[in-house]
Structures are given as structure tokens and as C-alpha cells.
Design a binder for this molecule. Structure first.
Ligand code: TMP
Ligand code: ZN
Length: 391
């Protein structure tokens, strides 16, 4: 495949096989019409971007039934409240303007509802909730926003925020063109995404699924930003989503940023060999995980029907004969079946009555919150990713 960023030929390092749409929880009558695609993960040797080749059309993924709501996790509510506080203190002038790419149910942007703000999201299911909170939402992706030539949008936005959004948008250049045109002179774009270095260190291959197109490393981010005269000013590592990175991005300055260049050196994600080793380790890990479950024998249940679980279940070929059900707190998923493998999703309220010992913690990234919530009932928690992955 040709790289979406620089059109160089890319190399595949992980083949996750035939996969369904990761968040497409189904009813029984939808089984026969389910859509599948091939999930391969590729590395571009020129700009070092990691990406998928195939990505299902946007409207198959982000539409009126998109079932991921940020506000279902207490930890994420707290995370965004803290981010909002920091932005108010350090980055947003009193009369400044803020935009969020991928505003979801407004969990973050509601902190700015009395300020000049705008959210962008193509999924109407989440937009309905955000608008009910009094927020202004543009019902399409940010890359589609017509900036135009009038002064209204040119260089007038002080803060852009995106959390787990930039990686989802195939038209990366479209996003960057709009950011470049709309960002004020001293403006900042705060962008957080799962960090490729953490994915590799934790063998967290379950982060690879169709909603993402790209996986971020500092080196690939530096390279693509440079094409739009933007640069990473600073970054910090975060525990969210099993290990994320938060970039602070601004207009490009003349001088070289030593902190970023040193970080790229330490990161070590600029050669195919690193990714090739990772791909082989994932294959072994997945085989061991499946065998571990088969050896335990039934009953085994799952906890958290996250998009991530779809990659694991389909790659490891685990169906209801191995995991009988998955408990989940999201009403939109309950009573439905998991994509591809059709494991029933059951309301979390039933979990307390289930005394199954062996529980696969698909949402290991929320491990801390969950171990705390479930501490009164000891279970044998099984992680699909490398041991030590839970945080
Ligand atoms: P995420 O890992 O992509 O944030 O997805 C979280 C999913 O896990 C979502 O469907 C809600 C579910 N969930 C639970 O069922 N129980 C929990 O305690 C948490 C934190 C999430
Ligand atoms: Zn490239």
C-alpha cells in the first residue's frame, strides 16, 4: 500500500486477519448482513507513520448508532475536567475561542459552554447528547469544515483539543490544513492519542481496530506536522487508554526543538525491525491467550465490551463456546451480540449475581477503576494483553 501521508510504499508488520466493524454490536437478525474487512498494520519507511491499509467508509462507523460515549467512564470524566482546568489556567484567554475535534457527548466541551466554542463530530448519537448540554456542534468531521476566505475563521481559534480523534481521520492532511489556517498566532492544539510506544511495550495489539487509521509516534507526528508548517512544542505521557501521549502543537518556529529531537532518539520507532519483532510477539501472545482460556474450560465471562475486545476475539477466534457472555455498562450494547463472534452482551447490573471466577478484563485500560469497584468480590482477572499491561 502507498502511505496516506507521503505516498511511499509501506510494509505490513501485523496481520490481524478478517475483522468486523469493532463497535458494531448487533441484533440476531443482523448477523447475515455483517460487514467484514481485512485488518493489516503497516509501517511507512519514509515518514514512519503506522497505519491500516483498509478502512471502512466513515458512515459505516461514525453514524447515528455509534455506541461509544465518553461519559460512561468516571476516570475519563475526571481526566477531561482536569484538562479543562489546565486550559482555562494556561492557554485560553477570557475572550478566547476553543474547538474540540471529536466532541463525542460533550464530556470535555461542556466545561466551556459559556465560552466561544465549537465541537465537531460526525456521529449523531453523541451529538444529540452534546447539544442537550447546550453546546454548539458541527455534525461532520473537522477536516470537512469549510474555513473559507473570510476573516471569521482565519487565525481566530486559540485552543484546539482532540482526544482519541486525530488517529481516526484518514484525511490527515485535511485536518492539518484547517488547523494551520484557523489557529491564532499564539494558538495551541492539544492532541492526545494512544501512544505507539506503550502499545508496543504492552503488546496491546487490541488497540488496532477499524476506528483508527493511524497510530502515533513522536517521530511520525513531527514529520507530518512539518509538511504543514506546524510543530510539536512539548508533550507529556498519560495513563489513559493504557498509555497515551499528549502533544502541544503550534505554528513552526525557526529554531530546532531539542526536547523533541531527543525524545525521538529515545523513542526508537524509526525502523521496520522494531515493528516486525512486535508483530511476531503478538502472534505468540494471542496463541497463548487462546490456549489459556481453552485450558480453563467454561465458565468464563468477559468484562467490558470495548471496541478493543473485537480485535482480540476475532484474531484469537474466541466465540461463545469459550466466553459465554460479556458484561458491559453501556445500555446501547446490552442485549446485543459482539461483532464477528456474536457473544451476548449482558447488562453490568447482572455481574454481581454471577459467581464465575474466571473473568477476561477486556477493558484492562480501566483496570484501576474496575479493580477498585470490584474489590469486594475476588475474581481471577485475565488480561488479553501482556501481563503488567493493566494500569
Ligand atoms: P473503552 O475502553 O474504549 O473506553 O471502552 C469502555 C467500554 O467498557 C464501554 O463499553 C463501557 C465498558 N465499561 C464497563 O462495562 N465497565 C466499566 O467499569 C468501565 C470503565 C467500562
Ligand atoms: Zn509515509
Amino acid at each position: 500500500m502507498k502511505c496516506r501521508i507521503c505516498e511511499t510504499e509501506c510494509k505490513m508488520f501485523l496481520d490481524l486477519g478478517r475483522q468486523p466493524i469493532a463497535n458494531n454490536f448487533l441484533t440476531r437478525d443482523q448477523f447475515d448482513s455483517e460487514v467484514f474487512y481485512h485488518l493489516g498494520v503497516y509501517f511507512c519507511p519514509a515518514c514512519m507513520t503506522v497505519q491500516h491499509r483498509d478502512c471502512p467508509v466513515c458512515s459505516d462507523v461514525f453514524n447515528s448508532t455509534y455506541p461509544f460515549f465518553t461519559g460512561t467512564s468516571q476516570a475519563m470524566i475526571k481526566h477531561f475536567a482536569e484538562l479543562a482546568e489546565m486550559i482555562k489556567e494556561k492557554y485560553l484567554p477570557a475572550d478566547g475561542s476553543i474547538m474540540e475535534l471529536g466532541s463525542n457527548d460533550g464530556t470535555f466541551l461542556e466545561h466551556f459552554k459559556d465560552r466561544d466554542h465549537m465541537g465537531f463530530d460526525p456521529s449523531e448519537s453523541v451529538n444529540r447528547i452534546a447539544r442537550a448540554k447546550g453546546l454548539s456542534i458541527f455534525s461532520q468531521g473537522f477536516e470537512k469544515f469549510p474555513v473559507g476566505d473570510s476573516g471569521r475563521w482565519q487565525g481566530t481559534t486559540d485552543v484546539f483539543v482532540s482526544a482519541n480523534t486525530f488517529a481516526h481521520i484518514p484525511d490527515r492532511h485535511g485536518v492539518l490544513r484547517n488547523i494551520k489556517r484557523m489557529m491564532s498566532v499564539k494558538g495551541v492544539w492539544i492532541n492526545e492519542e494512544p501512544y505507539l510506544r506503550s502499545i508496543i511495550d504492552k503488546l496491546a495489539y487490541d488497540q488496532f481496530y477499524n476506528e483508527h487509521v493511524f497510530y502515533t509516534s513522536i517521530v511520525s507526528m513531527r514529520n507530518v506536522l512539518k509538511m504543514h508548517d506546524l510543530e510539536i512544542i512539548d508533550f507529556e505521557l498519560l495513563p489513559t487508554h493504557g498509555g497515551s501521549i499528549r502533544y502541544f502543537i503550534g505554528h513552526k518556529k525557526a529554531e530546532r526543538n531539542e526536547k523533541i529531537e531527543d525524545a525521538i532518539e529515545r523513542e526508537g520507532l524509526n525502523s521496520f525491525e522494531v515493528f516486525d519483532c512486535f508483530g511476531k510477539d503478538v502472534e505468540q501472545r494471542a496463541k497463548r491467550f487462546r490456549q489459556q482460556l481453552v485450558d480453563l474450560k467454561q465458565p468464563i465471562v468477559g468484562y467490558g465490551a470495548a471496541a478493543k475486545s473485537t480485535t482480540v476475539l476475532n484474531y484469537c477466534d474466541i466465540g461463545p463456546d469459550i466466553i459465554s457472555k460479556i458484561y458491559d455498562t453501556t445500555p446501547e450494547k446490552q442485549g446485543k451480540f459482539s461483532p464477528g463472534k456474536h457473544i451476548p452482551v449482558v447488562a453490568y447490573s447482572q455481574f454481581a449475581k454471577d459467581d464465575t471466577q474466571d473473568v477476561v478484563l477486556f477493558v484492562w485500560n480501566h483496570g484501576k477503576e474496575i479493580y477498585d469497584k470490584e474489590r469486594n468480590r475476588p475474581r481471577n482477572w485475565i488480561l488479553p494483553v501482556a501481563q503488567g499491561g493493566a494500569i
